[in-house]
Ligand binder design. Structure first.
Ligand SMILES: Nc1ncnc2c1ncn2[C@@H]1O[C@H](COP(=O)(O)OP(=O)(O)OP(=O)(O)O)[C@@H](O)[C@H]1O
Ligand SMILES: [Zn+2]
Ligand SMILES: [Zn+2]
Length: 806
């Protein structure tokens, strides 16, 4: 990484100031390397920064005489070399700068919050000139291990910074970065088991010790007292006897709430689970495994048992989940198994301070399990033993719309190789590309299957209802006769059910009966959805892309006719219909409108779970692995909205969604039942839903993709131009096409430019180009700088490697 041979080098430094995104250039000595934490002049101050690039030639627009040198190196290679390599690999693959990767990987303000410290190197004895240096040296001898903060030392002598510089020059002291303790990190008393047995214990004391042991030997004092009823006096007595220690420990702001969860014991594995676990434990460094387990087959139990021995060996585990909505249940299970102290949550819902805390804990703390969403793939865990990606087919692992457009599964794959640990992908409906990698003689990924549900539970039978027939029979309700009867039965038996609808809101669009014009968003090329605001008791039209909201007009904006009609149903309408038809059922809506607040997902699920005869009406969110054992009925109100998406992945996505929704039924002791309503009952996706043969579907779908040259047969890259003025955006896209056509490598195809599926979102027009290439080609030939030059001011170019939406 170092560049000693270069005659003159410049360093691009990411300056740690809020809002600054592009690096600044400084003159660098040959000793400076990428990844160094440095101090640089910025305005009239000195600020911390991170060296992100060393260049030997200065950009033309920069004036060499005005470039200032780096003030000094604070810490060399602050990041582990393979962590840095991972960031560089991500930047290079996704065609973005390292800075853009750093922005998602590191918590904001990392350097600002960190502390610069100085310590003496042992065994050195310098000859010192200045009084300040002579004064500081003996002080540094007093704490050889961690030294003192720069700030503290500066308070010890008026010329301290000069003295410190002299000390640094002699090489007998070193400067390093220490992640500062955040001021808000709370301390709380914890009780730790020291000695489980002692000759003179009373029965009560012995019982309390046994309980502590059962809870894993270390818990928060307060929650332990609440759970066991042990008095503080009794615990203090045990502490005097040397059986326990009661000490303050740091409590993470991002830490888990102190819920009184009972400890959970590992389950006796089924033969299939045991076989999968054995393979995971044999997996080699950097190996990828796919755990394809049908819904309710006990994948999570396999994860838990794969993790436990690693923690005992002081290794860490990273668990990535698609969305935070799914995390409360999963977190709860992990917490019950391992205890809250060994778990850490990391997701974008945390505040900057919380993210910083979590980061610091991960860097400094011992082995632990981190559960997080997409960006947690960059969590700086020491000594990784395993990476797990649960629901690996979920598209929220891919960042879209803002660079870097990375896929956490891809980054996890590289990371497992750098760290030498296996990567375990889990799903009931694996992604076609993941599955394809398990096939054939040169399979890259080991395939593990859990073909059955645990405890001999069966997958719920699926019944398809033809809505055309319902209409012919005079049923104009959104519920077929069969689904209505099923809801009546559900109510009579006091059971729980789920209704799935793929759109939120009340109606999906409003249009004029006189002229047929749908009411559209003024900022996007989509129609507005009808919402009923229960608080304001007002009818609203809302855009699901830019959130533009207006009151429902009285007359058609196009022809002034008063006859407006709502079409298509969303979750709100379904909820209202159920309430009207089945007043005795307790109905809860589970969509992004009702779960917006912190802890909202958990709250809705808890309410639903506590009612005997209840119904959960929800959107896509329902598919994310929630485990509700009492649910016996799943109804899909209209499958059609899913089936007809304009995307080559439409079949794969809709079958995944339907299998996942159907999989919420019959997970407990009572068998489940699934009713799917549709206007096209013969759609191949529904045929495969009926036969529960997902692998066969994937096989057929793979052939389709090969025939049409889509992934995994070909690689894709999307170049998307966005801007306020359509003509300017279009011209930029055409200029890019002109620049690319003459240099396309053999086998690479360029499609477009053309407007995106939704040609305008939030007033920005979108024109795009799609590159298709054989799987072995890379994108390094793309002249990125030139392409950016094609885009005038006001047009943004987004590069999406392996895009998932168009
Ligand atoms: N070996 C086992 N014996 C008994 N019960 C088990 C066993 N393994 C898992 N379970 C229970 O079965 C239920 C389903 O398991 P789990 O949620 O792990 O399945 P899953 O495959 O992750 O499901 P999904 O993908 O549908 O979310 C859970 O309540 C779990 O506690
Ligand atoms: Zn009209
Ligand atoms: Zn809009």
């Amino acid at each position: 990484m170092r560049h000693p041979g270069l005659p003159q080098a410049w360093a691009e430094v990411l300056v740690d100031c809020p809002g600054l995104e592009t690096p600044y250039t400084y003159e660098a000595s040959p000793a400076i390397a990428v990844g160094d934490v440095v101090l640089v002049p910025f305005g009239d101050r000195l600020v911390g920064g991170l060296v992100v690039r060393i260049v030997s030639e200065l950009a033309a627009e920069l004036d060499a005489t005005r470039i200032r040198p780096i003030h000094e190196v604070v810490a060399q290679s602050f990041f582990q070399p393979h962590y840095w390599a991972l960031l560089e690999q991500t930047a290079s693959y996704y065609q973005v700068s390292l800075t853009q990767v750093l922005r998602v990987a590191l918590p904001p303000g990392l350097l600002r919050r960190s502390q610069r410290r100085i310590r003496a190197r042992s065994g050195t004895q310098p000859i010192l000139r200045s009084g300040a240096a002579q004064r500081l040296w003996p002080l540094l001898q007093k704490n050889l291990e961690t030294g003192y903060s720069w700030r503290y030392l500066c308070q010890q002598h008026p010329q301290a910074s000069q003295g410190l510089r002299e000390l640094l020059q002699t090489g007998c002291v070193e400067s390093y970065i220490c992640l500062g303790k955040s001021t808000q990190a709370k301390q709380q008393l914890a009780i730790t088991l020291v000695q489980p047995r002692s000759p003179h214990l009373t029965d009560r004391q012995a019982a309390v010790l046994a309980q502590l042991q059962q809870l894993g030997g270390e818990v928060w004092l307060q929650s332990f007292q609440e759970q066991t009823g042990a008095s503080r006096g009794l615990l203090d007595r045990l502490s005097v006897l040397g059986c326990v220690a009661i000490t303050p420990k740091e409590r993470l702001r991002s830490g888990l709430q102190t819920t009184d969860l009972s400890a959970d014991q590992p389950r006796q594995l089924t033969p299939a689970q045991a076989a999968a676990l054995a393979q995971i434990q044999q997996a080699g460094a950097g190996e990828t495994l796919l755990l394809h387990g049908v819904t309710g087959s006990g994948k999570t139990e396999v994860y838990l048992q794969a993790i436990a021995p690693l923690l005992d060996q002081q290794r860490s585990v990273l668990v990535l989940v698609p969305e935070i909505g799914l995390t409360p249940q999963l977190t709860e299970r992990f917490q019950q198994r391992f205890g809250g102290d060994r778990l850490c949550l990391y997701h974008s819902g945390l505040s900057d301070g919380e993210r910083y805390d979590a980061w610091r804990q991960m860097l400094l703390g011992g082995a632990r399990v981190v559960i997080g969403t997409r960006s947690a793939v960059f969590a700086p865990l020491p000594n990784l033993g395993l990476i797990i990606l649960d629901e690996e087919h979920d598209s929220s692992f891919k960042q879209e719309q803002t660079p870097p457009c990375y896929h956490a599964r891809q980054v996890a794959h590289w990371r497992s190789q750098w760290e030498g640990c296996p990567l375990l992908l889990g799903s009931a409906t694996p992604d076609l590309e993941t599955w394809a990698a398990t096939q054939g003689a040169e399979a890259q990924t080991r395939y593990l299957a859990l073909p059955d549900r645990v405890e001999a539970r069966t997958l719920p039978p699926v019944e398809i209802v033809d809505l055309r027939q319902e209409l012919a029979n005079g049923n104009r309700s959104i519920f077929s006769t069969k689904l209505q009867q099923a809801l009546v039965d559900l109510q009579a038996r006091g059971e729980q059910g789920i209704l799935f609808i793929h759109r939120r809101g009340h109606s999906t669009f409003v249009s004029c009966r006189a002229c047929g014009t749908p009411i559209g968003c003024p900022h996007c090329d989509v129609s507005l959805s009808y919402h009923l605001d229960q608080v304001l008791n007002q009818s609203l039209l809302r855009c699901h892309y830019c959130n533009y909201t207006q009151a429902q007009p009285q007359r058609c904006p196009a022809c002034d006719s008063p006859y407006l009609k709502n079409f298509g149903s969303g979750s709100q309408r379904v909820e209202a219909e159920v309430k009207r038809l089945f007043p005795e059922l307790a109905v809860y809506r589970y969509d992004s409108d009702t779960t917006r607040q912190k802890g909202g997902h958990q709250k809705v699920l808890d309410q639903f779970r506590s009612q005997p005869a209840s119904l959960l009406v929800g959107t896509q969110m329902l598919t994310k692995g929630i485990d509700l054992p009492e649910v016996t009925l799943v109804g899909v109100v209209a499958a059609d909205g899913l089936l007809h998406m304009p995307d080559f992945r439409a079949s794969e996505r809709s079958l995944q969604t339907l299998i996942q929704v159907a999989g919420r039924a019959g997970r407990g002791d009572r068998p489940g039942r699934v009713i799917v309503q549709t206007y096209c009952p013969d759609h191949p996706v529904l045929t495969h839903l009926l036969d529960h043969n997902y692998a066969q579907f994937l096989g057929e779908e793979l052939q389709e993709r090969q025939a049409h040259g889509y992934p995994p047969a070909q690689r894709l890259l999307l170049l998307s131009c966005r801007g306020l003025e359509e003509a300017v955006v279009m011209t930029a896209a055409e200029a890019i096409a002109d620049r690319l056509h003459p240099i396309l490598p053999a086998g690479v195809e360029l499609l477009g430019p053309a407007p995106a599926n939704i040609a305008r979102i939030a007033r920005r027009h979108r024109w795009q180009l799609l590159l298709k290439a054989p799987p072995e080609t890379d994108w390094q030939w793309l002249p990125l700088t030139d392409l950016r030059v094609c885009c005038p001011k006001g047009v943004n170019l987004l590069i999406d490697v392996d895009p998932l939406s168009f």
